[in-house]
Design a protein around this ligand. Structure first.
Ligand code: G1P
Length: 300
């Protein structure tokens, strides 16, 4: 590989989480549990598994519980120690020792691009990773690792891609480019949330990126969109004009924990994948579905 190692990760977690209201009224969406871990912990663990050593989480106002989650909890640890609950103690300590995590505040929720811009001094002058908290990904190789590998082997920046149904292009950054080798695209266009009619393809960006530091200058120039938000995708299109931007097709499954249905799917899939819960939960689901199909449930 030979190129510069990618050590730093930025995880934006500053949005209002409107798609999960009212659960997110007084609680960050990133802290909603998937089985027994808050969603953001899965993302931090993926970053750590991909070899990223320094993590910067961009938080908004009212997101202090994210910071608390990754900090040591001396009272809780003492309590678990006294009660002899060593497994739980180990787990609680592991969370606060996962990585070196710094927290930075995005003063106003002005969009993903603006959130990434807050990390400029943390990143400095080296390529860095961005992981979005809503996308929970599982694959044979951690998807972040695949994106890092593409950026290091080919040079430039890289994003993770997944094909989406045409009618859903309005929910994603959509790209166009040429397929260099199967599953790897050299990107020329990156458009934020186009309509199905104007979308350049059905390849959507999903929340894993490796970006060159030039992206910060480009972000400074991005104008607010119709709702005043500074998006990340226009800066990526700027990057593609001067340097290579690669698109790596996801080899694995993605769960969008930022929507109600996606959140339910993520909970079920993660629970089914658990050694301690999977088979009992599968039996339960089988039974409950039979009952549901017999018409046994009233809408709540
Ligand atoms: C963001 C990005 C979009 C990307 C998506 C992936 O959108 O702006 O380009 O496709 O994440 O999940 P958001 O979901 O924050 O609206």
């Amino acid at each position: 590989m030979g190129r510069e190692r990618i050590r730093k990760a930025v995880i934006p977690a500053a949005g209002f989480g409107t798609r999960m209201l009212p659960a997110t009224k007084a609680q960050p969406k990133e802290m909603l549990p998937l089985v027994d871990k808050p969603a953001i912990q899965y993302v931090v663990e993926e970053a750590v598994n991909a070899g990223l050593e320094e993590i910067c989480i961009i938080i908004g106002k009212g997101k202090g519980s994210i910071e608390e989650h990754f900090a040591p909890s001396p009272d809780l640890e003492r309590f678990l120690l006294e009660k002899g609950k060593e497994d739980l103690l180990r787990e609680v300590r592991r969370v606060s020792e996962l990585a070196r995590i710094r927290f930075l505040l995005q003063p106003e929720p002005r969009g993903l691009g603006d959130a990434v811009l807050q990390a400029r001094s943390f990143v400095g002058d080296e390529p860095f990773a961005v992981l979005l908290g809503d996308d929970i990904l599982v694959g044979p190789v951690p998807p972040m690792t695949e994106v890092i590998r593409a950026a290091r082997e080919r040079g430039g920046s890289a994003v993770l891609l997944q094909r989406v149904p045409r009618e859903e292009t309005v929910r994603y950054g959509i790209v166009a480019g040429t397929e260099a080798v199967p599953g790897l695209y050299h990107l020329t266009r990156l458009v934020e949330k186009p309509s199905p009619e104007t979308a350049p393809s059905d390849l959507a960006i999903i929340g894993r990126y490796v970006l060159q530091p030039e992206v910060f200058e480009l972000l400074e120039e991005v104008k607010g969109d119709r709702s005043g938000e500074i998006q990340l995708t226009p800066a990526l299109e700027g990057l593609a004009r001067n340097r290579d931007v690669w698109g790596v097709l996801l080899n694995g499954r993605r769960m969008d924990s930022g929507t109600k249905l996606g959140y339910l799917k993520a909970t079920v899939e993660l629970a089914l994948g658990r050694e301690d819960l999977g088979s009992e939960f599968a039996d339960y689901l089988g039974e409950i579905l039979k009952e549901y199909r017999r018409g046994g449930f009233e809408p709540s």
